[in-house]
Ligand binder design. Structure first.
Ligand code: VGL
Ligand code: ZN
Length: 242
């Protein structure tokens, strides 16, 4: 099968229910201007396209994620004496295996559970969502991906998303939302690793590091995920424009 086709039944015509899922990542106040503590430039601007995608019959499952941190979360620079957000890093150690660790970037306090900054954008068409998944709940680990944290031996957090998609017979995953270079990227990489044909829709995401986004997209594509534009056949098919 051509990897670029929409689904296994795409050649049989538009009446076939496609096994595609839409993942709307972290469309929350803290990631957006004007008030977000970790505002991504133009973060709000992706909402109209995401709402248009949510209104389509093309997705068997539409799932949003929320970054949902406790106040003592490891990724907040404020929780590490003398460390600066965006600039400094800290070491995440697997709480069950001291031999597994990695360096992670520190952030301003953001998306603290139940605070206004953690709320989904009111203009996002939440009524179209089948589920909202909360992630980053374990204070001890960073979790960019909607699937699980990057620790592997053993894994610390699993949102259950992979099992949910597989139970629904999903084969293709479209990832949109914020931020392109962090949670969208990690979510798409894990979706690909779980065996889903995975797309990131370029116009439906924005990056923290805007000047590095072209290079980041190349890295995302090198991992096996396809970054597609609004005008690509893969996206036009969703809108039945092909
Ligand atoms: C994110 C930084 C910290 C994201 C979450 O949603 O991309 N970025 N936490
Ligand atoms: Zn976070």
């Amino acid at each position: 099968m051509d990897h670029h086709q929409l689904g296994p039944n795409a050649q049989t015509g538009g009446d076939v229910k496609l096994a595609a899922a839409l993942l709307v990542v972290d469309m929350q106040e803290d990631f957006c201007p004007p008030n977000g503590s970790l505002a991504v430039a133009e973060g709000r601007d992706v909402v109209p396209l995401i709402n248009a995608l949510l209104a389509l019959p093309s997705f068997a499952l539409k799932i949003a994620t929320k970054d949902w941190h406790p106040a003592n979360h490891i990724s907040f620079a404020a929780n590490h004496a003398g460390k600066r957000p965006f600039v400094d890093t800290c070491t995440v150690v697997n709480p069950y295996n001291a031999l597994e660790s990695y360096e992670t970037r520190l952030w301003p306090v953001h998306c603290v559970q139940h605070t206004p900054g953690a709320a989904l954008l009111p203009e996002l068409d939440e009524a179209r969502l089948d589920r909202v998944i909360e992630k980053g709940i374990d204070a001890r680990v960073e979790m960019y991906s909607a699937f699980y944290d990057p620790l592997r031996s053993p894994r610390v957090s699993d949102s259950g998303l992979a099992a949910m998609l597989k139970a629904a017979g999903i084969t293709h995953v479209y990832v949109v939302g914020l931020a392109g270079d962090y949670c969208v990227r990690s979510t798409a990489a894990d979706a690909h690793a779980e065996g889903f044909v995975t797309y990131v829709i370029d116009e439906a995401t924005r990056a923290v590091d805007t000047q590095a986004w072209s290079r980041c997209k190349a890295e995302i594509e090198a991992s096996g995920v396809r970054v597609v534009s609004r005008g690509s056949p893969e996206v036009k098919q969703l809108f039945r424009e092909v």
